[in-house]
Design a protein around this ligand. Structure first.
Ligand code: PLP
Length: 377
């Protein structure tokens, strides 16, 4: 397969395959966004109404039970997850479970910033650690879908219902793509720019009742910046979960998220989003199965991501992948398909709901073309 092959005739209509920010919803255009809330105070009636509407839509599309609160916070997914770590950790032991770069980031912060001496359970890229080793008497931090390795937890069955510690799930590339048993999740975070194809900037923080109890009964030993403060006079700041944000949000990003959530609702909500992601992942798996030079980084199919699908390329090093991705970008056939900088050299192709399956199918011949072209060079 080192001979040059012809440039494929048909390009993916939307070459946006980045794993974050991800493709906008099909049919998106900025002109379609509602703009009445722009240029106004976010605390005016219109602003608060739109923020509350975004929260209601997220609850509906996520099928989030009434037991859990959902709020919009600063700093994207990182902001939301750090806010949870800094406000709730330290009350008991901590276990961090990591199998790729973002999970490792939470290990670093628990160990080096909060100095909590966490128990760390790790696996290499492509694998899931042994989840039976987790002590749920401790607070447990994990990433539901490891965006940089394409390995995810298959479900929440590894979490006991009668756990003593809290579970913290960084679910940014997982929500809206998988079924989540919310009774097993005390804290979850995500940002809009993944499965919804929204804009960066804001994080979404989901709190179960046990997390709220922790917030109201425990005060960390360290100081908390204002943007992390969720408690006022010993009580949860309930306003945050009704659209009264801690500080000024981007109403443009909020309107953009509302567009995506209304699109999701129109598809049939969670099931509609999942069906699209499943079809995309299946189309990409077919492409992989038909090529002996492509493989999945995630070894076990049950742990293979349906959103951030990471692929191995036979004989490829970082330089090969750089050239491969640059060729596809130059042709406007595929943008941002190189794997994450800390991951083993390979490809990463977003299969979340905003991507059209036809575009994944049309990508196959372009991967062949780029592979042959780089090999022949
Ligand atoms: C699993 C995971 N956690 C955290 C982040 C960081 O997200 P953000 O840029 O929204 O803070 C990402 C971004 O790709 C991610 O995939």
């Amino acid at each position: 397969m080192t001979d040059l092959i012809a440039v494929p005739a048909r390009k993916p209509a939307r070459p946006q395959f980045s794993s974050g920010p991800c493709a906008k919803p099909p049919g998106y255009s900025p002109e379609k966004l509602a703009t009445e809330s722009l240029g106004r105070s976010h605390r005016a009636k219109i602003g608060k109404t739109r923020l509350a509407y975004a929260i209601d839509l997220m609850r509906e599309v996520l099928q989030l039970p009434d037991t859990h609160r959902i709020g919009i916070v600063p700093g994207s997914d990182t902001g939301a997850f750090e806010m949870a770590m800094w406000t709730m950790l330290g009350a008991r032991g901590v276990t961090t479970v990591a199998w790729e770069s973002f999970g490792e980031g939470w290990v670093t912060d628990a160990a080096k910033q909060l100095k909590l001496d966490p128990t760390v359970i790790r696996a290499d890229y492509g694998q899931l650690p042994d989840l039976t080793q987790i002590d749920f008497g401790t607070d447990v931090l994990f990433t539901w879908n490891g965006t940089t390795s394409g390995v995810r937890v298959p479900n929440a069955d590894f979490i006991p219902a009668d756990r003593e510690g809290l579970t913290f799930a960084d679910a940014t590339s997982a929500v809206f793509a998988y079924d989540i048993d919310w009774s097993k999740i005390d804290v979850a975070t995500f940002s809009w720019q993944k499965v919804l194809g929204g804009e960066g900037g804001h994080g979404v923080l989901i709190l179960g009742p046990r997390a709220v109890e922790r917030l109201e009964t425990y005060t960390p030993a360290w100081p908390l910046p204002k943007v992390f403060r969720l408690v006022s006079k010993g009580k949860l700041a309930e306003g945050v979960f009704k659209g009264e944000t801690i500080n000024t949000p981007s109403m443009l990003a909020v309107e953009d998220a509302i567009f995506a959530l209304e699109w999701a609702k129109g598809l049939g909500g969670l099931e509609g989003l999942q069906a699209r992601s499943d079809a995309n992942a299946a189309a990409l798996s077919k492409i992989v199965a038909e090529r002996d030079w492509l493989g999945h980084l995630a070894i076990d199919e049950a742990t293979r991501s349906k959103t951030s699908v990471c692929l191995t390329v036979e004989g490829a090093d970082a330089d090969f992948i750089k050239k491969f991705a640059a060729l596809l970008e130059k042709q406007d056939a595929a943008y941002d398909v190189a794997g994450y900088r800390d991951a083993p050299a390979g490809l990463r192709i977003w299969c979340g709901a905003t991507v059209d399956t036809q575009d994944i199918e049309d990508l196959g011949p372009w991967l062949d073309w780029a592979y042959a072209t780089v090999k022949a060079a």
